[in-house]
Write a protein that binds this ligand. Structure first.
Ligand code: ZN
Length: 455
């Protein structure tokens, strides 16, 4: 096919099954489907017939089948839709749900007090819904239904817009059925224009499951859906939170300014009927459930954070324990070393005492020696002094001896001279005689001494 709802035929390649319209920002199925294919003539064989709701949904797509959905959707989806509907229109507004499937939302709306009805393509599903919920459901398409133009307050399309072969024509028809200020309440997958197919596959993006080219013919972006309705004269659009915001968008769109009901108006509208009270009770329960889920999530993430903290602390404790054990060993080693050192110190003390004793002894010994040395020194000094005195004495004696010798030599010479003189004297004739005959012996002796007595 390869033509966008906006008329653009030059689509960019997005994936094997989808082209991307860069004019409006819609993903366009390349398989396509005609309005005729959408219709269910034969419930056993046509695409949106009985098998779509039984086998295709559960076996091919892995969703719960229509029996389970008829129960689960009430709480999982319909209450959220009802809450949003109440924001824009109060009961007993006239609402049509296009593509209502088993009709649970129609039933809930009716419970709340709306004049609600549904449209579905498969006669089998229509009959199923009518039977299980007892609500008015017509076999589509909507173009075939006998609805007075400008008579509806709301048309809801939940997961339907993306299936339409000609969204422009169908939406134009819907708008025509709405009152001038009527609204379309639409949930549809949201294509984000920055999405890249390869990146989606690599990151296993949630939007991937919306890429079903045989069913989802147009996957709008918020820009392209705004453009679609602007083109149809519905320029007031308000996006609200979608249940599955990860891949869906949810919005109200109208040709008139959107009017919003405050919670008190909603409460009082629902409390005004007995059925409305039951619907309000369900809404209250859903609120409480969501609140509890939020708290649970908070608590879970808190618990996860605490668990991480516990793990961190456990690891720190383990580390600290092993550190403590290491320190214990260190302390033991040090204690052992200290003990050894103490014993060693005692030994050293004894050694020191012994050395000190030896030192003391040596000191006193040294003092004694000092005294001895002093005494010896004194003696030596005395001796030296004595020696000097003796030297002097010796010198004096030597001098005296020399003098004496010289004196003696002089006397010797004198004596020799006297001897010579005496000899000469005794040699005289008179003396010879005298010596021989003298009565004085001393003269003889003297002559003998000088050797003059024999002459
Ligand atoms: Zn386009």
């Amino acid at each position: 096919m390869g033509i966008c709802w906006c008329g653009n035929t030059k689509l960019l390649s997005f994936s094997a099954e989808y082209g991307e319209c860069d004019e409006c920002g819609t993903l366009v199925s390349l398989e396509g489907m005609t309005p005729e294919q959408l219709r269910v003539g034969n419930d056993e064989t046509d695409f949106y017939g009985k098998q779509y709701w039984l086998n295709h949904q559960s076996s091919d797509l892995g969703f719960p089948d229509i029996y389970k959905r008829a129960r689960n959707d009430l709480t999982e989806r319909n209450l959220h839709w009802l809450k949003t509907l109440l924001k824009y229109r109060l009961p007993s507004a006239k609402v049509l749900e296009l593509g209502c499937s088993h009709g649970s939302f129609v039933a809930l709306m009716r419970q709340a007090g709306y004049d609600a009805a549904g449209v579905e393509m498969s006669p089998w599903v229509v009959e199923f819904g009518q039977k299980i919920f007892g609500v008015p459901i017509s076999v589509g398409p909507i173009e075939n239904l006998d609805i007075v133009p400008g008579s509806l307050d709301v048309i809801a399309l939940m997961d339907v817009l993306e299936h339409l072969p000609d969204p422009v024509a169908t939406m134009a028809h819907c708008l025509q059925l709405l009152k001038p200020d009527g609204i379309l309440l639409i949930q549809t997958p949201q294509f984000k224009e920055e999405m890249d197919y390869t990146a989606l596959v690599e990151t296993k993006g949630a939007f991937l499951e919306q890429l079903k080219a045989d069913e989802h013919l147009y996957l709008f972006s918020d820009r392209s859906v705004t453009r679609l309705f602007q083109q149809l004269g519905a320029e007031y659009i308000e996006f609200v939170p979608a249940i599955f915001g990860i891949y869906d968008m949810f919005f109200a769109v109208s040709r008139a300014q959107l009017q919003v009901n405050i919670p008190e108006q909603v409460d009082s509208a629902l409390l005004s009927t007995s059925n409305g009270r039951l619907a309000l009770a369900l809404l209250d329960l859903r609120e409480r459930e969501l609140d509890l889920m939020r708290k649970l999530q908070e608590s879970e993430s808190d618990r996860a954070a605490r668990w991480t903290q516990i793990e961190t602390l456990t690891a720190m404790l383990k580390e600290s324990e092993s550190d403590r054990a290491a320190r214990g060993e260190q302390i033991e080693t040090l204690t052992r070393m200290l003990r050894g050192s103490k014993a060693n110190r005692v030994g050293l003390g004894e050694q020191i005492e012994s050395l000190a004793g030896m030192l003391k002894k040596s000191d006193s010994d040294r003092a004694a020696l000092g005294v001895q040395i002093d005494s010896l020194t004194a003696m030596l000094t005395e001796l030296d002094f004595d020696r000097a005195a003796r030297g002097e004495q010796i010198e004096s004696l030597s001098g005296m001896l020399k003098e004496f010798k010289a004196d003696s030599a002089a006397r010797g010479e004198q004596i020799e001279m006297l001897v010579v003189d005496l000899r000469a004297l005794f040699a005289r004739p008179g003396f010879r005689w005298l010596i021989r005959f003298s009565s004085w012996p001393e003269v003889r002796k003297l002559a003998e001494r000088v050797g003059a007595h024999n002459e």
